[in-house]
Design a protein around this ligand. Structure first.
Ligand code: ADP
Ligand code: TRP
Length: 328
């Protein structure tokens, strides 16, 4: 069976965009792959979070993933900093990673431009840590967005280079895996573009009913169609895309028909949309809160995941040490 590995930086709560764009596909994948899901808390150190931030964010994101249906019985779900084996591989990979190529990584150059007073070595070697995450489990497939493509290329480069230097066929080159055919792009409701944390327009899975309603009622609309079957401008098309994602076929068809006959009432549409988003989010929200109030269970899941991940990582590392010439 092929191995799939997915990593996420614990930078905030999951929103509908994350869910329909990525998480839903992970949840399906755990049935067909040997799956690893981990929370990349070491990677988040490049921005110097406080100990409080770190403690809170890893647990929160763990609770949210579990609430979405990632199943610790099927997948190995762990927190990166619970698996120190990764760091030893990171060190070995760093010895064969060159300053020039690391400096050429676009996301590094961007950080240098954006935060010139915090260009730390962790930022420079972000791609080697990511490669270590992937190679320690010899992952075949890594689901990532376009922005991670260069990091994936570096991971493949480091795998090939290790094999060449030691004249072995040890690491396989991990493949980037795109959900694009299956995953949807969830729009924002503020007129244009996608839903995103940094766009400030996200509806979070943990949002309560009143918050969801407030956010949806604020959605940008226009004066309404003036001709039958008129093409929908972006803000309106976005509302309909949301209906398509969370509401029933009948609801979508009803409002679509109303739009096409110039009778649509955006207030009613938004009320229905808010109700349907709430119906979708409510059980997830309930599970998030259950997990968050049960730190013992969360800790147990994290510990069990870490144990499984460490066992597998240690096996890889023993071989790596042997190949390099150290005691296994
Ligand atoms: P954000 O932009 O909100 O910070 P991330 O960039 O951390 O989200 O993305 C995490 C995952 O969620 C990625 O796989 C990304 O492709 C997916 N994702 C984020 N926003 C959307 C969206 N609006 N539609 C579809 N997928 C999304
Ligand atoms: N760099 C990824 C991101 O910013 C997170 C990440 C860290 C990751 N290590 C990984 C993703 C290993 C996949 C595999 O989203």
């Amino acid at each position: 069976m092929q191995t799939v590995l997915s990593g996420i930086r614990p930078t905030g709560n999951l929103h509908l965009g994350n869910y329909f764009g990525a998480v839903r596909s992970f949840v399906e994948m755990q049935n067909n792959y040997n799956s690893y899901f981990f929370i990349a808390d070491w990677h988040s150190l490049t921005t110097h979070p406080t100990p409080e931030d770190i403690r809170r964010s890893a647990r929160t994101i763990l609770a949210e993933y579990l609430a979405c249906g990632i199943d610790p019985e099927k997948a190995t779900i762990y927190i990166q900093s619970d698996v120190p084996e990764v760091l030893e591989l990171y060190l070995y990979l760093n010895m064969n990673a060159y300053l020039g190529e690391l400096e050429r990584v676009t996301s590094f150059k961007e950080k240098v431009r954006k935060q010139p007073d915090n260009v730390n070595a962790g930022l420079l070697t972000y791609p080697t840590l990511m490669a270590a995450d992937i190679l320690i489990h010899k992952a075949d497939k890594v689901p990532v967005g376009k922005d991670q493509e260069q990091n994936m290329e570096m991971a493949r480069l480091f795998a090939r280079r290790f094999n060449r230097i030691y004249n072995v066929e040890f690491f396989k080159e991990p493949e980037s895996f795109h959900f694009s055919e299956k995953a949807v792009k969830v729009p924002g409701l503020d007129g244009s573009g996608k839903m995103g944390k940094s766009e400030g327009n996200a509806i979070y899975l943990k949002d309560d009913e009143a918050t969801i309603k407030k956010k949806v009622m604020k959605a940008v609309t226009d004066a309404g169609p003036t001709e039958p079957n008129q093409e929908k401008p972006e803000p309106i098309a976005n509302l309909f895309t949301m209906l398509e994602i969370v509401s029933s076929r009948e609801t979508y068809d009803f409002f679509n028909e109303q739009y096409n006959t110039c009778q649509v009432r955006y207030g009613d549409l938004k009320k229905q949309l808010a109700a349907d988003i709430n119906t979708f989010c409510a059980p997830i929200r309930e599970r998030i809160n259950e997990y968050l109030s049960n730190t013992e269970l969360l800790d147990r899941i994290a510990r069990q995941g870490a144990e499984k991940a460490r066992e597998h990582a240690a096996a890889t590392l023993r071989e790596v040490r042997q190949i390099i010439g150290f005691h296994a």
